[in-house]
Design a protein around this ligand. Structure first.
Ligand code: CO8
Length: 258
């Protein structure tokens, strides 16, 4: 599939998905979602980390495309919402670490996109918010739920009700972004984090992601059971033998992802 609204670039084991409609501040229309869906499906086993960012120098993603939504019916809104949910859920389900490099405005659907990633880093220029109530709607791509799980109900409600755009420093303060970088260092930082993760056992990283994600929705006992299973499964892998043998031999591990 040829892409008109996104770019997918490979840099060794790291892929970078850029939402690239700078004239509309990278707003997410249906075509963009379909391209993102295709891009996520196209990732092969040799991609071991994904960075998501926005094209141009102003926005990560300024939301769902308001021009596309202005006249849609409730049924079409349900469809559009389902499409966004599907794509962000696919992102969350990837067995590799995903990193949002929030390089500018991350509003509405843009913040929801970042929330679908495992780790969120922001540039000093970033502004984050959920302005949907100013448009007479609410987030429709998982934002009400993922933001609440990340920062707690009270802060999430504050952002949802006030529609305030917060800066990156404030977003870090409330636990929404992990770190704030100068604009020209953001991608470098995200690549460095990805590279650090890539040194570790890929099956172990995937299990860690899986048990955190699935466990977060469960009671502690069930979640701990998931951890026990994930832990045990890894003892059937060559990576576990290699990781522990390398430690004892005082050499770096050479993980194969097997
Ligand atoms: N959708 C469509 N076009 C957009 C969007 C958007 N979300 N954001 C910006 N644009 C366009 C502008 O219309 C403008 O186009 P043009 O040059 O043709 O007039 C261009 O991008 C540049 O934008 P501005 O001139 O407004 O740039 P400023 O620097 O003055 O302002 C802002 C930047 C503050 C980011 C401003 O553009 C803005 O407020 N954008 C809208 C932000 C917003 O409200 N986002 C939330 C949208 S709703 C949503 O994301 C979730 C809905 C839930 C989905 C449910 C499914 C049914």
């Amino acid at each position: 599939m040829a892409y008109e609204n996104i770019r997918l670039e490979k840099d060794g084991p790291i892929a970078v998905l850029t939402v690239d409609r700078p004239k509309a501040l990278n707003a997410l229309n249906s075509a963009t979602f379909h391209e993102m869906d295709d891009a996520l499906r196209s990732l092969k086993d040799d991609t071991r980390a994904l960075i998501v960012t926005g094209g141009g120098d102003k926005a990560f993603v300024a939301g769902a495309d308001i021009a596309e939504m202005v006249t849609i019916t409730a049924a079409q809104a349900r469809e559009f919402s389902a499409l966004g949910h599907h794509v962000f859920q696919s992102l969350e389900n990837l067995p590799i670490p995903t990193i949002a490099a929030v390089n500018g405005f991350a509003l509405g659907g843009g913040l929801e996109l970042a929330l679908g990633c495992d780790l969120i880093y922001a540039s000093e220029k970033a502004k984050l918010g959920l302005p949907e109530v100013t448009l007479g709607v609410i987030p429709g791509f998982g934002g009400t739920q993922r933001l609440t799980r990340l920062v707690g109900r009270s802060r999430a409600k504050e952002m949802l009700f006030t529609a305030d755009r917060i800066d990156a420093a404030r977003a870090k303060e409330i636990g929404l972004v992990l770190d704030v970088l100068p604009a020209d260092k953001l991608m470098e930082h995200c690549r460095a984090v990805a590279a650090k993760i890539l040194k570790n056992g890929p099956l172990a990283v995937a299990q860690a992601k899986r048990v955190v994600e699935y466990g977060a929705d469960q009671d502690l006992r069930s979640a701990n059971e998931l951890e026990r299973q994930g832990f045990a499964v890894l003892f059937g892998s060559e990576d576990q033998r290699e990781g522990m043998a390398a430690f004892l031999a005082k050499r770096p591990a050479a993980f194969q992802g097997k």
